[in-house]
Design a protein around this ligand. Structure first.
Ligand SMILES: [Fe+2]
Length: 289
């Protein structure tokens, strides 16, 4: 498996210039199916605020402990050519800040234009066919370099990103770029690029989401199977574990606890129960192979 061996200096230049890099159908269908097979077992198990299964927040079902769920997903996130690419991009050794599988379990009215907090890169790998009806992230190319005046920003309850109203921003809808490619498409983007998730009409989108930062940055705690860990090379273990800061970003506090499912939310138990029951009663998504 060397899915990222095609990456070159040209891609680093493109990523620096545009803030986003799209690699259509990069990951083989076989590998995507193997990761899906791993995740589907976890998606069948839901318990609110228990990170040893999957968890549901609003329209999303999350597997946060990918290190317990899928060796293939772990190895893909730590692909040696990808690590090499990240080293060149960051001009530093990289570290994984977080790794999760996200599944959309309801149609959604979308996520408005926003810029994620913190330096670094995010990678989305499409585990299902990217389709308009199921929601595809859209980007304003080169906007990672744009200074946005505070007046444009929208105040939100959840401070997980900066949001703006596109109609009152320096951007227009014509600047919005859609991604292309099918199953296994990889989208790499600068976290501060402005991006949005337009409204979509059906559930089912599943992606592997990984955040990478420079060595010494905060990373989330997550659990890893010993047998998986043994399968990784030393340089992969460095990127997964050793390169992070001594302390970790808000993540695993205690199992079955309320605080900080995503490091930013404080979701009370009753709300997690509501999400769980809503999913059980109304979601049309099927968690089966
Ligand atoms: Fe985002």
């Amino acid at each position: 498996m060397n899915e990222f061996s095609k990456l070159s200096q040209k891609h680093i230049d493109e990523l620096n210039q545009d803030g986003v890099l799209i690699l259509p159908n990069l990951i083989s269908e076989d590998l995507v199916h193997e990761i899906k097979a791993d995740s589907s077992i976890w998606n069948k198990k839901i318990s609110f605020n228990n990170r040893l299964s999957s968890l549901i927040i609003g329209s999303n079902q999350w597997i946060e402990h990918v290190g317990l769920c899928s060796l293939k997903a772990l190895q893909l996130s730590l692909d040696l050519s990808l690590i090499d690419f990240l080293k060149k991009y960051f001009k530093s050794d990289p570290v994984i800040g977080s790794i999760a599988i996200q599944k959309k379990i309801f149609a959604e009215k979308g996520i408005p234009l926003h810029s994620d907090l913190g330096d670094g890169l995010s990678i989305f790998i499409y585990l299902t066919e990217p389709e308009k009806e199921k929601g595809i992230t859209e980007f304003v190319k080169k906007s990672h370099e744009t200074e946005i005046h505070e007046n444009f920003k929208i105040n939100t309850k959840v401070e997980d990103a900066s949001y703006i109203d596109i109609k009152k921003s320096p951007f227009s809808t014509q600047d919005i770029m859609q991604t292309h490619g099918g199953l296994g498409t990889v989208v790499i983007f600068h976290r501060s690029i402005w991006h949005q998730l337009p409204k979509f009409s059906s559930a089912g989108r599943e992606i592997l989401m990984i955040q990478y930062f420079k060595k010494g940055s905060l990373a989330k705690d997550h659990l890893i199977k010993k047998s998986f860990l043994k399968m990784l090379t030393n340089s992969q273990k460095e990127v997964l574990i050793e390169n992070s800061a001594a302390e970790s970003s808000p993540s695993l506090v205690e199992l079955g606890s309320n605080p900080d499912a995503l490091g930013v939310y404080k979701i009370p138990g009753w709300k997690m129960l509501y999400y769980f029951l809503k999913y059980k009663l109304f979601s049309k998504v099927k968690n089966s192979l």
